[in-house]
Design a protein around this ligand. Structure first.
Ligand SMILES: [Fe+2]
Ligand SMILES: [Fe+2]
Length: 181
């Protein structure tokens, strides 16, 4: 394996390990969030998002195995605690704060999968690219859902705004442009 391929592989493993732990935190956070919601439709929508985070985690675990790597136990433990803490806070945080917090966190989740897809390309794992870009698109959907929910609340104008992601279609364009650099 050439040096640049090795470097891409180790960057990819690190990103996948971080995302694997992050998805666990998201899974637990949405578990508490869903339970805190009184509206049945909203509860089902957040439960679906929770399930999608679990699917992401399973996919990441598969990729790590293929790379002969493993999730990092300490990171997993810390993120499990973070997720369970958010889960608990959702139960006492009312309706707006969990929706706002989720939107803000989701806005940061999109790009890590685009970058991971780049390292998958350079480390010669082309079959990882499509699932990683699909995960970025699903995180984009999550951000939109929570942002629209937050915007519907009277408190939204009084809270700082996070960077609104570019159009969904720009995810694949950004991936392509990373390769051309
Ligand atoms: Fe996810
Ligand atoms: Fe998400």
């Amino acid at each position: 394996m050439t040096t640049s391929k090795e470097m891409a592989r180790s960057k990819l493993i690190h990103l996948l390990q971080c995302a694997h732990a992050g998805e666990l935190a998201a899974y637990y956070a949405y578990q508490g969030h869903a339970l805190s919601l009184k509206d049945q439709k909203e509860r089902e929508e957040v439960s679906r998002i929770q399930y999608e985070e679990w699917e992401h985690r399973q996919c990441l675990a598969k990729f790590l195995l293929e790379l002969n790597a493993k999730p990092q136990p300490i990171r997993e433990f810390i993120f499990m605690l973070i997720g369970k803490t958010i889960s608990f806070l959702c139960r006492i945080g009312g309706w707006f704060i969990p929706m706002y917090g989720a939107g803000k966190l989701e806005s940061g989740n999109i790009e890590e999968y685009v970058v991971a897809a780049k390292w998958a390309h350079y480390s010669d794992h082309p079959h990882f690219i499509e699932p990683l870009l699909e995960m970025a698109e699903v995180e984009w959907d999550h951000e939109l859902y929570f942002r629209q929910k937050s915007e519907s609340h009277w408190m939204y104008p009084f809270f700082p705004k996070w960077h609104i992601p570019d159009e969904r279609s720009s995810i694949r364009l950004r991936f392509q442009s990373q390769l051309e650099q």
